[in-house]
Ligand binder design. Structure first.
Ligand SMILES: [Mg+2]
Length: 414
């Protein structure tokens, strides 16, 4: 079997409402690049990467000179071919490799008639549990609905998501407003659902001292972990010395060099494995093996996904022996998907691992066309800017917070 063609299509798919975070905002939609790798016997494998546009599509076109004529089963060799760790000083293609790895695994699963999880060692579970992703949100620019700014709105939205999807773990995304306001909000959430588990993530924008202050103030909450309160391994280490909650990261341990540093001198207790950031599902599995050896926790991270990427997260979650936390997903904020059958369904807070061959998802070509057209009409958006504060520059550590009394709805093209 040989790779014959590689195609990339940028799409943008609407969210229920714009999601606010420490560095800016998802402006009411995700932009993703859908990758198709086709073999000489007509099998099409699917991949997905965050962001998109002409430059992303050109990168995948350029990979044809490396990969056309190669065997899609040689995935480990592909890693060195396009993302050799020493050559990556010139060409950092970790995320490109990830999308192509997804596609090659999808091809192999289809060729061999087995789900990707069977190639990766075999599933240990049929469903992967997920957490509510509680964001502060601007109202939907079309409908005016969906705002989450006040603490009452946060609790009400979380209650609605819990009822609709069955979640019993809730992740709150902070770093938007003054930390004392977010502390009050997090504690209100914990008080509203006393049976449930919680995690807080301000996207690493606090000072170490602020991280310690906030961490000590939530020690009595039923926390899974405290995620990236400060940027950098040393800030995390200093926080860990002063706060009695496991610390987690998806920012400062995202490769094997950082993982070895963290094993030798521990700063973080739980490593959040992102199939894109680590360069593929198999790299995540290798990292999980290191974590198992050093008795560090692991969980499945979400960097914003459509159904293809979600499938990679489900197959990863299915085979991790040391998965002891609910996975993250932005998925329940989406209004639609580009896969056949539409959005995957949550049952009791979990999603069933696809059982079809490969990743077990197929492209809905009409949806791909529709959301590719929408991307052509709307273009990209500046993920690291706040549409309501064009003059704002977030510092690290940040002290330039949004105002929770500011109820303006920014004009966002939709
Ligand atoms: Mg995070």
């Amino acid at each position: 079997m040989q790779i014959r063609d590689i195609r990339a299509t940028t799409v943008t798919v609407p969210l229920e409402a714009p999601l606010r975070h420490a560095n800016g905002c998802h402006w009411g939609r995700f932009v993703r690049t859908i990758v198709e790798v086709e073999t000489d016997d007509g099998i099409i494998g699917l991949g997905e990467m965050g962001g998109g546009g002409e430059s992303a599509e050109a990168v995948f076109r350029a990979m044809k000179t490396y990969l056309v004529g190669r065997d899609p089963a040689r995935i480990e060799e592909m890693r060195f071919l396009i993302a050799n760790p020493t050559a990556s000083l010139y060409n950092n293609r970790t995320q490109v490799l990830a999308a192509l790895e997804f596609a090659c695994l999808d091809i192999l699963g289809q060729a061999w008639g087995v789900p990707v999880s069977e190639i990766l060692g075999g599933r240990l579970r049929d469903r992967v549990p997920f957490a509510t992703y509680c964001f502060f949100r601007y109202p939907n620019p079309k409908t005016g609905c969906g705002e989450v700014r006040t603490i009452d709105q946060l609790v009400a939205e979380t209650r609605a998501m819990k009822q609709r999807f069955g979640f019993s773990t809730h992740k709150m995304k902070g770093g938007v407003f003054q930390p004392d306001y977010e502390l009050e909000a997090y504690r209100a959430l914990a008080a509203a659902f006393p049976e449930d588990a919680f995690r807080f993530d301000p996207n690493a924008v606090w000072s170490t001292e602020q991280a310690i202050r906030f961490g000590q103030a939530i020690e009595d909450v039923r926390n899974d972990y405290y995620e990236d309160p400060v940027f950098g391994l040393n800030g995390m280490r200093r926080t860990r010395e002063m706060v009695r909650i496991p610390l987690a990261t998806n920012t400062v341990v995202v490769n094997f060099e950082q993982l070895s540093a963290n094993a030798l001198n521990t700063s973080v207790d739980v490593i959040l494995l992102d199939t894109t950031f680590w360069g593929g599902i198999r790299q995540c599995l290798k990292a999980a093996g290191v974590c198992e050896t050093f008795q560090l926790g692991v969980a499945v991270h979400s960097s914003g996904e459509l159904g293809i990427q979600l499938a990679t997260m489900l197959h990863l979650g299915a085979v991790l022996p040391n998965l002891s936390f609910a996975a993250d997903a932005h998925y329940h904020h989406l209004t639609d998907d580009i896969i056949e059958g539409g959005l995957m369904k949550y049952e009791g807070g979990a999603i069933r691992v696809p059982e079809g061959p490969g990743l077990g998802v197929k492209l809905n070509r009409d949806k791909l066309r529709e959301y590719s057209e929408l991307y052509k009409r709307l273009g990209g958006y500046p993920y690291d800017q706040d549409p309501a504060r064009p003059e704002w520059t977030p510092l690290v550590p940040n002290d330039r917070w949004a105002d929770p009394l500011d109820d303006r709805a920014p004009a966002i093209p939709y």
